[in-house]
Design a binder for this molecule. Structure first.
Ligand SMILES: [Zn+2]
Length: 164
């Protein structure tokens, strides 16, 4: 132990100095040494943690960079492929929307065909020619939609404009 130096002071000299101190001084020095050690451990922990985070984020950044470059090349080659081959893209947005639109139109057609908008002055069924009954006017004004009691054709209107 004699050859060990702490900040240029031989270890033996420190031990000798420590031993001649009063007991409170020795306790105080011990507490001080432990506090410095604890602080050193905490500082070392945060330095290591910081270094680990730095390495982690650098690797993550490199990963996303490579991923972005990969995706860019993929899209580039995909675009070139469709450009050269002349094939339409399988997942183009226009073709995805079309089936839904035609589906909606198909769903609306039967309603438009069977239900006719009724104006206040119209009181006869356009399908069978029978006059609208009072109960039909009542249903029409109450629900805004009615079906002819003779032929079953649907009629709709703004409820406020109909009077029996
Ligand atoms: Zn009718």
């Amino acid at each position: 132990m004699a050859n060990i130096n702490v900040f240029g002071t031989p270890w033996q000299e420190i031990v000798d100095w420590y031993l001649v101190q009063p007991i409170y001084g020795q306790i105080f020095v011990l507490i001080g040494v432990f506090a410095v050690l604890a602080l050193a451990v905490v500082v070392a922990y945060y330095i290591i943690k910081g270094a680990a985070y730095l390495v982690y984020y650098v690797l993550k950044g490199v990963y996303y960079l490579l991923k972005g470059i990969g995706l860019l090349f993929y899209k580039l080659f995909e675009g070139l492929y469709y450009l050269i081959s002349g094939k339409p893209k399988k997942d183009s947005p226009e073709q995805q929307v079309q089936p839904q639109a035609s589906k909606l139109i198909a769903q609306n057609i039967p309603i438009q065909e069977t239900i006719q908008e009724v104006h206040p002055e119209v009181t006869f069924c356009s399908e069978c020619g029978n006059k609208f009954s009072n109960s039909m006017f009542h249903t029409l004004s109450a629900k805004g939609i009615v079906y002819c009691i003779h032929c079953g054709k649907g009629f709709q209107t703004n409820s406020a404009t109909i009077e029996a």
